[in-house]
Design a protein around this ligand. Structure first.
Ligand code: FRU
Length: 499
């Protein structure tokens, strides 16, 4: 394999070479039982340009097999930007005939950036179809939607109420727009939505239904709108926010409240969208680009650049009337990692105040539970905390996960993690609900240059990249973990497993 570079994540998808950004064309094929992951791809160099749809498939959302690019731009002036794929089993489009098995009838939608006339630079929604189950596509000549707009992109198509629905953005008009269709080729405008954090552009919208779960049982279903924004995210660069609400038959999307919620409190989760056509018994699953437009072009790498986040399974919880933040919230959990479970390096439920664990391997699943006493919770003299440090061998680079009980904040500090540039924001945190029992827990996935955190049973998620260097300034990776707690806080569970 060519997947040897020091910083290259090993359990996260990355292209063998070239530049990758947004996930595209995410769809599950029930006949082959394969998940398709396409992505914005420049096969020629590790920088953004020459957009294609790269392509990989997986049977478990963890092991990915690279395939040929699924969509190749017809020429250098017509680039293939982000979009989605559906399976047109019933041939609603009339694009297929009986020689193509229903499950092989893939139709993709992407934005064509037309650079032929530099004075217009129109963006149009294009269709493409595949008769081989999504491995190669034929572009349909006429755009499916062309409204002479320059910032009109990122179509995400799904099936609802016996029709096809497309979420798409008018990026610099801050509008998510919905179109519907019976045949995937002719589309009718239905409605639009504006709201949320006022960054410079809207990108990569996704509207999907997510189960509301209480005590392990589904009690309801809500609509989730994921909307990526950049530049000008709260911590700079790019980020994805979300809204939970209701959708009426006219595609009026009404969020339940006006709170701004983000998928990640970290810096590196963007263009996050869901896999379409997932099996009924599979939780809705999203994947994001584990990078930030603010600094991706500078990041140290080899012939390839960037990886995806781990695929994350979604549910919605009602936090309940006695909680500080009333309303519906998203929970995110990594997909089942048991196919790659490795050696258990630590598994302790002893009450401890500090400890260290040597990391032997490339990727790790960490679990920490801390118990802050009632006294400690709001004691401003003690400033109760728990901190987990991820270090390289000579301890010249460190990434800290810090839980501050007095201001009930969890944050990642990559300020001394090695490589940096001005736009590489050091701190990324979120405020959590003060737990009545004092217990704060998180699970973290650590993979060479990528750290993901799932805290408080998935209520808080963060993805952050970092690039460790040893004392000589050479590329380095995590080699040990150390944790400490303040006087009134104890570690009650520490588990580390190699992946
Ligand atoms: C988001 C984005 C999309 C666009 C694509 C181009 O990261 O800017 O809006 O389709 O990247 O690669």
């Amino acid at each position: 394999s060519t997947y040897y570079e020091a910083y290259r994540p090993q359990i996260h998808y990355s292209p063998s070479s070239g530049f990758m950004n947004d996930p595209n064309g995410l769809v599950y094929n029930p006949a082959s039982e394969l998940w398709h992951l396409s992505y914005q791809y420049n096969p020629y160099a590790p920088k953004a340009a020459n957009q294609h749809w790269g392509h990989a498939v997986s049977s478990d959302l963890i092991h990915w097999q690279n395939a040929q690019p699924a969509i190749v731009p017809p020429n250098e002036n017509l680039t293939v930007l982000s979009g989605s794929s559906v399976i047109d089993e019933n041939n609603t489009s009339g694009l297929f005939n009986d020689s193509t098995a229903p499950s092989d009838r893939f139709v993709a939608f992407y934005t064509e950036l037309d650079q032929r006339d530099p004075s217009t630079l129109y963006q149009r929604q294009k269709g493409a179809y595949s008769v081989d189950g999504g491995y190669s596509y034929t572009i349909i000549d006429e755009p499916v939607i062309d409204i002479n707009q320059t910032e009109f992109r990122d179509p995400k198509v799904f099936r609802h109420n016996d029709e096809w629905v497309m979420s798409v953005v008018l990026a610099s008009q801050y509008k998510v727009v919905w179109y519907t269709s019976t045949n995937l080729l002719e589309w009718t405008y239905r409605n639009s939505f504006t709201g949320g954090y006022p960054a410079y552009q809207y990108e990569c919208p996704d509207l999907l239904q997510v189960p509301v779960v209480e005590d392990g049982q589904q009690v309801d279903t809500k609509w989730l709108l994921i909307l990526s924004i950049q530049p000008g995210a709260p911590k700079g660069g790019s980020t994805a926010q979300y809204f939970i609400g209701d959708l009426d038959d006219d595609y009026n999307f009404t969020p339940d409240d006006s709170l701004t919620r983000f998928l990640s409190f970290g810096l590196d989760d963007y263009a996050t969208v869901s896999f379409g056509n997932a099996p009924q018994d599979h939780a809705p699953t999203i994947i994001g680009w584990a990078q930030n437009w603010a600094y991706v072009a500078d990041t140290p790498t080899g012939d390839y650049r960037s990886s995806m986040t781990i695929p994350r399974e979604l549910s919605i919880v009602r936090t309940g009337p006695t909680d500080q933040y009333e309303g519906y919230y998203l929970k995110q959990h990594p997909v089942d990692l048991s196919p790659i479970a490795g050696e258990v390096l630590e598994n302790s439920t002893e009450v401890t105040k500090e400890g260290s664990i040597a990391l032997n391997g490339d990727a790790f699943d960490l679990q920490f539970t801390f118990n802050g006493s009632a006294k400690g919770l709001y004691d401003s003299n003690e400033k109760p905390f728990a901190e987990v440090q991820i270090l390289n061998e000579d301890e010249s680079s460190v990434v800290k996960i810090h839980i501050d009980y007095s201001i009930h904040t969890i944050y990642v500090n990559r300020g001394n993690s090695g490589w940096e540039v001005d736009t590489f924001v050091n701190y990324a945190g979120d405020t959590f609900k003060p737990p009545s029992d004092g217990i704060v827990e998180f699970r973290a996935l650590l993979d060479r240059s990528l750290l993901e955190i799932f805290a408080q049973d998935g209520l808080y998620y963060a993805a952050n990249v970092f690039y460790m260097q040893n004392a000589n300034g050479e590329e380095d990776t995590p080699a040990k973990i150390k944790y400490t707690t303040s006087e009134s806080v104890n570690a009650t569970q520490v588990a580390v497993q190699a992946l």
